[in-house]
Design a protein around this ligand. Structure first.
Ligand SMILES: [Cu+2]
Length: 432
């Protein structure tokens, strides 16, 4: 039977036992090549440290005779990327980016996939070494999954590391169809981290008064971490003295140099898995190219709210519609206090995106080159308030835009109180 005939047939699910035998043969562990032994359940806490991706959901699974079964649905989604901006995108299970799939190295995984999009799609398991019929490339390894159709993917995850799942249509990717696929190692990485965070980098071209990203555009005005633009991105909360892991993945059109203030980190992994310790060297900016994953780790030695952001200047701002329209900005002979009051009023009555923050000169509009910075800043502390922002200085949100968040390193007592606050909010959210 030729490939064409095979593709016209029913969705093919490889014989799970045959696949398992083949895949165990090539199982590779970052800790050596010894054969996988029967799992020994260690006494004490679970050695797997789950990844937390702020503002993203996790995809739950059910067990079917030792196989982890996930249900993934591709569908149109409305995503609120800022308090005043909701966009129409495509994603999975009501989320964009899609919910995170987290498994353990060695797991057998089944993904029951349903296409509720108006066009065909498929899922590619980016970086995972799966049998060819599970690779998710339309016409090459499978028939495109038609609107309304279901398809089952199944494979054994013999790797550890930070992978993705995404549509294999370039324009569907740019509509947001991507999610984390994290394979936790059989044994905890060393040194052990206490916090493990995930960030998905995306960029969007959404013209003023539009809600649909222009996927043919090559310039972007909205830049997001996990589908949210600063200051609406939920800060990462870490305990002073702990080791922190950040997994950053990029499935967009741009490369992003991600910079952490006030700390040095080492790159401990890529989209190919854990990197040997001998390759680690100090840095504080890591370039995350398209289709890449970068995993960095650092010791949170210094208390404070440290910025983590893309350092491309245009990626540190929200909708650049001011630059596309005329640049008229109200000049203010006003004091800073008045500017702040004005900002507050506008922030509460969103859809204003920009208003100057610091005082500007009477003749500002007459100066060639103006504005450069004045238009960018708008505080909206109230609009983006959540437990994780508790205790930040007033007007903290004015300087937060685009791909930007805070890593808040809190001493033991404050950390405990913060965790209590977050737990309480979750409980109330679940009850309501
Ligand atoms: Cu960037």
């Amino acid at each position: 039977m030729g490939l064409g005939e095979a593709l016209r047939g029913e969705p093919q699910v490889a014989d799970p036992n045959a696949a398992r035998a083949i895949e165990q043969g090539r199982h590779h562990s970052p800790y050596g090549t010894q054969k996988k032994k029967a799992a020994v359940v260690p006494a004490g806490p679970d050695p797997v440290l789950p990844m937390t991706a702020p503002d993203l959901a996790d995809l739950p699974f059910e067990l079917d005779g030792g196989v982890k079964v996930f249900k993934l649905v591709a569908e149109p989604v409305k995503r609120k990327i800022a308090p005043f901006k909701t966009i129409d995108v495509w994603g999975y299970n009501g989320n964009c980016p899609g919910p995170s799939i987290q498994v353990q190295q060695g797991d057998r995984v089944r993904v029951i996939f349903e296409n509720r999009l108006p066009e065909a799609t498929s899922i590619h398991w980016h970086g995972l070494e799966v049998p060819i019929e599970q690779d998710g490339v339309p016409w090459i390894s499978q028939k495109p999954i038609a609107p309304g159709e279901k398809y089952t993917y199944e494979f054994t995850v013999h790797q550890e590391g930070t992978f993705f799942y995404h549509s294999h249509g370039a324009m569907q990717e740019m509509m947001g169809m991507i999610g984390f696929f994290v394979a936790h190692p059989e044994r905890s990485y060393t040194p052990r981290a206490e916090h493990d965070f995930g960030v998905i980098l995306q960029e969007w071209a959404v013209l003023p008064n539009n809600s649909v990203p222009n996927t043919a555009a090559m310039e972007y005005n909205w830049l997001t971490f996990n589908g949210v633009a600063a200051p609406a991105i939920t800060p990462m909360i870490v305990r002073l003295g702990s080791r922190v892991r950040l997994r950053i993945i990029n499935m967009g059109m741009d490369h992003h140099p991600i910079h952490l203030h006030g700390n040095q980190f080492v790159m401990t992994g890529t989209e190919g898995g854990r990197a040997p310790e001998s390759t680690w060297y100090p840095m504080n900016t890591v370039l995350v190219g398209v289709a890449q994953a970068r995993v960095v780790e650092f010791e949170a030695k210094y208390p404070g709210s440290w910025m983590l952001h893309c350092h491309l200047p245009h990626h540190m701002m929200n909708s650049m519609s001011d630059l596309l329209r005329d640049r008229a900005i109200e000049t203010a002979s006003s004091t800073d206090a008045r500017a702040l009051a004005q900002m507050e009023t506008l922030a509460k009555s969103v859809p204003f995106e920009h208003v100057h923050h610091s005082p500007i000169a009477e003749n500002a509009n007459a100066v060639p080159g103006f504005p450069q910075d004045a238009f960018m800043e708008m505080g909206m502390d109230d609009a983006v308030e959540k437990p994780e922002t508790f205790g930040l200085p007033a007007n903290w949100s004015a300087g937060m835009m685009g791909m930007m968040t805070l890593v808040r390193v809190l001493p033991e007592k404050e950390y405990g109180e913060m965790m209590g606050r977050i737990g309480q909010a979750k409980k109330m959210g679940a009850a309501s």
